[in-house]
Design a protein around this ligand. Sequence first.
Ligand SMILES: Nc1ncnc2c1ncn2[C@@H]1O[C@H](COP(=O)(O)OP(=O)(O)O)[C@@H](O)[C@H]1O
Ligand SMILES: [Mg+2]
Length: 268
Amino acid sequence: MEKIYIPANVDRMISTSSKGDQSKWQIDEKWIKQNTRGYEGQAEVLSSLILYCSTLPTQEYVVYSPCEIILPNKEVSVGCYSLDFRGKLQEVTLERLFEANFTSSDLILNDQSLSTDEKFKRVLQQVERFTGLDVREEVSRMLAFDALILNEDRHTNNILFLYNPFAKTWRLAPIFDNGLSLLSDETDYPPGKPVSVLARKVIAKPFNSNFSKQLSLYKGPPFINKTKLVDKLEAEHFDFGRAKQVLWSQLHDPRLAHLFFEGSETHD
Ligand SMILES: Nc1ncnc2c1ncn2[C@@H]1O[C@H](COP(=O)(O)OP(=O)(O)O)[C@@H](O)[C@H]1O
Ligand SMILES: [Mg+2]
């Protein structure tokens, strides 16, 4: 596994994840995240492998690689890293986008009188008004992906837009921060308990706490090449630990079957 040495002069950043405390460092073009509550890095790496086996072009998702992190005091831990996806673009989270337009996504998301469909419709309508982007298909596909990986961290700061201040254009950022998934939080989902039981406890975000409800927002075609994914999983030497077991279990869930197609390796 790649070793990354954290220089003494690089500050540790503490995360904005809904569970709070994952340490992160930026060293040149690398963004490094340390496992905190369990196997977040393995979940992150496996999630990007799934997307690699999808119809999504590579610029639409962030690739995470596993790494060993060596702190200035020689302490060793594990995690993952990704390469910078922002470049010179400005990042604006969904939450910040609403704030910049003198409103809040919470007004819609916390309105108990609204159905999941209605919340989705209203939020995405506003996004289109603020940016000109119609990203309904992309966002609903991300939520379908979240249902597959049981991502419990798709809060409004993990849906991101990139603004080009020179061209004054917007785009949706690549799918990123998928590490709190596949039951990686071993504090909340202790090892040794049946995966099927633990999976039922996971709470989805941001339109509904139920993954099936968010999954039903996606009306597009199958986008994950199951043949390619199974081949990759079988060929992969990296130890994904329980993350792989959780994914196998998810692959057999009939509610997710419409996300997959069987096909030869044509998307490389
Ligand atoms: N590869 C990357 N390229 C650019 N910015 C990144 C990258 N990875 C993380 N960041 C920045 O760090 C923030 C937090 O990263 P994220 O992966 O969401 O971790 P967490 O929320 O667990 O701290 C992101 O919102 C983004 O601003
Ligand atoms: Mg995040």
